[in-house]
Write a protein of this length. Structure first.
Lengths: 68, 131
């Protein structure tokens, strides 16, 4: 049975690490993309165009937060 | 006595103390269980921060949230966490499940075996991790 059928998007995927269940970042919403971006930035090694995309999405995220 | 309403697949849809006034949907059927309603309702209870059957919101961060699993008389219970099926070992009918708060989003914890336990009431735990 799928209790989420026809009721919006399903819950985020999860994974278990060291006995703890974690949510995987949702890379479809702007909030999720932001989390993925931060993870990529923390690992370094980005190309210029990738960095430009991230900056663009950061600007969008800042605008969303400012607008509430 | 408890009246259990099952869907066409045999999964528990809900349960009631009496079937009076009940209108079944297509494929649904009743099962009479010789267990008091209160006892039946407490066969599986999930709680977070001491709250049962409620939406629990916690701030995102490095911490964790412990979900307490109460399932009297069972040695383990299988739960579904956003599609991940986990077998939770129980001691004296009680166990725990630990959720990470590092990523915003929502955990929805329900029983995996819906023929045994309904995904209703206190057998459902929703934890929302908010920014």
């Amino acid at each position: 049975m799928n209790m989420f059928k026809g009721k919006g998007k399903p819950p985020a995927a999860v994974e278990k690490r060291d006995g703890v269940v974690h949510l995987k970042p949702d890379n479809t919403s702007s909030q999720g993309k932001h989390a993925v971006d931060l993870a990529a930035l923390s690992q370094g090694g980005l190309k210029v165009d990738e960095l430009a995309d991230i900056v663009g999405r950061l600007m969008e995220r800042v605008k969303e937060l400012e607008e509430g | 006595m408890t009246t259990v309403i099952r869907d066409a697949a045999g999964e528990i849809k809900t349960f009631m103390e009496t079937a009076a006034g009940l209108v079944l949907q297509s494929g649904e059927y009743l099962e009479e269980v010789d267990v008091p309603f209160g006892v039946y309702a407490r066969r599986l209870r999930l709680s977070a921060l001491g709250r049962y059957g409620e939406l629990v919101r916690v701030p995102a961060g490095d911490g964790t949230v412990t979900v307490t699993v109460e399932c009297p008389g069972e040695a383990s219970v299988t739960l579904d966490i956003n599609g991940l099926v986990e077998d939770v070992p129980l001691a004296d009918g009680t166990g725990t499940l630990t959720l990470g708060c590092d990523t915003p989003g929502t955990f929805i914890i329900t029983p995996a075996d819906r023929e045994k336990f309904g995904a209703i009431g206190e057998a459902v735990c929703v934890v929302e991790v908010v920014e």
